[in-house]
Write a protein that binds this ligand. Structure first.
Ligand code: 9MR
Ligand code: ZN
Length: 564
């Protein structure tokens, strides 16, 4: 087989295909005419030694020098690839579908035929939720996105997805159109923001009057594989916890900054909510962890510390208000020992670091030069701007170094990997495609901070892996690529009776230690990590989708797709 990006390549980018088939040369032919347009030498990778993550001995076909747009097939001996495109906007439809996936996850409203086509369905989960430990208290918590293949709505997961999406927007604001065919399309606000607002509007409801934030709203156990409107089990608001409260404060503060130019009233509401949760955190310096009450089976999203969420909240509130009290907490938490580059749901230090790095107080300061552009959203509102002190510059420089160290590690892993991805053989865990895409973000930051195109190329390699240049030759995005996954662990996709999956969903991907029964049964012992994947509905630890696996893919794809 030939492994390559099934969605296609940008004309001027590096273009690689990988094979385990030994031959001397390869060629590229025009799809329509069969005419050979490029010939090259197949190069053994790693001197013919097997690759740790895939177990494969591989050869590389490098056709980077061929730049003409068109549709082609690759030929190695008598093996022929599926056709693929080289074109300028190769990832445009992908970007749109990845964003539109969030519309398909909307909860508490009907999905209409106009916007959802054959995937339309009735309104779901609209009943009020009861406090899980006091059912006489009912709260209206409808709205937001279903988290994943299940119908739960979880605050830390939501904050993470929103962070990837809103940072993508704030760094590349001109890449998000307003014509994605969602209900708000055409209202003059980019649809990414329209879609995120749907989630933020729900998120605001998750805040208690005292500022504490419920960790999640879901049923007691996961629904069977039925459509969401058929899932009428009672909804419950689970306990307040500090990681959720701090992540809430962080994301509402960030959102307040981003939405201000579009809707000042909404921005003010977000800001007030962020401040209220901040006050709750000050009154509760202790870590209030969340664990599922015994017997409850929906997502737990456990965490071992809330320091990094508090760090993130302090950073975003400082970026929003410029107030010293937030800066002080931020600088003190920066000294603590947690990752300052992690962009996940339990480890959020990277978001705090990003916020500080792009803080408007540094506007006009360019450590590297041309790529630091504080966005239109980057202005302090209702506050005085503190002049940046020496300390602040020093921390900012350390943040830059932290990110570059992480990006360099990703670069190193990519050069070591047969299917060039920033993934060591130990990185194939539940949701490995999030690590892959988050590493794509780190590489993009490396590029933005230095202008060194090696980072950019490596970032693109992560997208190539996601879309088929991997040891199984799967494209892990539904509806994209000749061999894309078709049976994601997603209740709607299973229950809707439609053969095609809903397009634009990123599968969790290979997991060397599957937790689900079919995955354990179907993957033989000793299978190399990159091959531990099965495209089956039952494989929740291999083939589920979630809002925070799509979101870093939106970031990476938007970086490579300038089209509107
Ligand atoms: O993405 C989560 C993964 O990192 C964890 O290992 C796993 C087990 O705790 O849970 C995953 O999150 C799931 C969540 O609990 C419920 N919704 C679906 C999520 C993706 O599988
Ligand atoms: Zn719902």
């Amino acid at each position: 087989m030939i492994y390559f990006n099934q969605v296609g390549y940008l004309p001027d980018a590096k273009k690689l295909a990988i094979t385990t088939h030994h031959a001397d040369t390869f060629c590229l032919c025009e799809r329509q005419t069969g005419k050979m347009v490029f010939e090259g030498v197949l190069k053994p990778f790693h001197d013919g030694k097997p690759d740790a993550a895939s177990g494969d001995i591989t050869y590389r076909a490098d056709f980077s020098d061929f730049r003409a747009a068109g549709e082609y097939t690759l030929h190695i001996g008598n093996i022929v690839s599926e056709p693929f495109a080289i074109q300028k906007n190769a990832y445009h439809n992908l970007k749109i579908a990845l964003i539109r996936s969030y519309y398909f996850q909307r909860c508490g409203c009907a999905l209409t035929a106009k916007h959802a086509g054959q995937f339309a369905h009735a309104c779901c989960h609209h009943a009020p939720a009861a406090l899980w430990d006091n059912p006489s208290v009912q709260i209206e918590l409808s709205g937001g996105w279903h988290d994943a293949g299940d119908y739960g709505r979880y605050v830390t997961a939501a904050a993470t997805a929103l962070a990837h999406l809103l940072y993508a927007f704030s760094l590349f604001p001109d890449r998000f159109p307003d014509h994605l065919n969602i209900p708000e399309s055409g209202n003059g606000t980019p649809d990414l923001l329209n879609e995120c607002r749907y989630e933020l509007t729900w998120l605001l409801k998750m805040q208690r009057a005292d500022g504490g934030v419920f960790h999640k709203v879901s049923t007691w156990r996961h629904a069977p594989f039925i459509m969401p409107e058929c899932d009428t089990a009672p909804l419950l608001a689970y306990a307040v916890a500090t990681p959720a409260t701090a992540a809430f404060a962080a994301i509402t503060a960030l959102a307040s900054r981003i939405y201000a130019p579009y809707d000042a009233k909404f921005a003010d509401k977000l800001k007030a909510a962020a401040l209220l949760s901040w006050d709750f955190l000050q009154e509760h310096p202790e870590f209030i962890a969340f664990t599922n009450p015994p017997g409850s089976g929906t997502g737990e999203y456990g965490d071992s510390s809330d320091r990094d969420e508090r760090f993130w909240a302090a950073a975003e509130l400082f970026s929003l208000t410029g107030e010293k009290r937030f800066l002080e907490v931020f600088l003190s938490l920066y000294q603590e020992d947690f990752s300052k580059t992690a962009l996940g749901y339990a480890a959020t230090g990277g978001f705090g670091a990003l916020s500080f790095y792009f803080n408007p107080v540094f506007a006009g300061i360019s450590l590297d030069g041309k790529y630091f552009v504080p966005s239109a959203q980057g202005e302090f509102r209702n506050s005085k701007i503190l002049p940046a002190t020496q300390d602040m510059h020093a921390v900012r420089e350390r943040i830059r170094k932290d990110f570059l160290t992480a990006a360099d590690h990703c670069l190193f892993l990519t050069t070591q990997s047969a299917y060039p991805a920033a993934m060591s053989e130990h990185d194939y865990h539940w949701g490995s495609n999030m690590t892959l895409m988050n590493n794509g973000i780190l590489l993009i930051l490396g590029y933005l901070f230095t202008g060194n195109s090696d980072y950019r190329e490596a970032a693109l390699a992560q997208l190539h892996y996601l879309l088929g240049c991997n040891a199984l030759g799967y494209s892990y995005v539904t509806g994209f690529g000749a061999r894309s996954c078709r049976r994601p662990h997603m209740r709607t996709v299973f229950a809707d009776g439609i053969d095609e999956p809903i397009p634009g969903f990123v599968s969790g991907g290979p997991n060397a230690r599957p937790s689900d029964e079919p995955g354990r049964r179907l993957i033989p012992a000793g299978t190399p990590p990159m091959k531990c994947y099965v495209d089956e509905y039952g494989c929740y630890s291999l083939n589920e989708v979630t809002i925070y696996w799509n979101s870093p893919a939106v970031f990476v794809t938007a970086f490579f797709d300038e089209a509107l």
